[in-house]
Design a protein around this ligand. Structure first.
Ligand code: SF4
Length: 99
């Protein structure tokens, strides 16, 4: 998987088969991946959960996956940390950077 960061540097990551919680690398990068994607794909349940948590950058789709728009930084990224860590979407839970 390739994606472009805010600084336009190429970044690399993979989606794990299972979620990885408490990755110690996340304590030092300041949420680089949370500013590097254009969006995060959501299931309907995730869409509803984030809506109830106050998400303002949700994109509802009738034909494909719903999305949380995170270009230029996810709205849930606070002080370099995910403020909804326990409730974050599956994609966020499975993503790990490889840079
Ligand atoms: S929901 Fe949390 S982990 Fe996912 S992009 Fe936003 S801040 Fe990052």
């Amino acid at each position: 998987m390739l994606f472009i960061s805010r600084s336009k540097a190429r970044r690399h990551g993979i989606l794990l088969d299972n979620p990885l919680d408490g990755d110690q690398r996340c304590f030092s990068c300041g949420g680089d991946c949370c500013r590097s994607f254009a969006d995060v794909e959501l299931t309907w349940d995730e869409y509803e959960r984030l809506r109830k948590l106050g998400a303002s950058r949700l994109q509802l789709s009738l034909t494909g996956p719903h999305r949380l728009l995170i270009d230029y930084g996810c709205e849930f990224l606070k002080s370099g940390r995910c403020s909804i860590y326990e409730a974050r979407p599956e994609i966020c839970r499975r993503f790990t950077c490889t840079d």
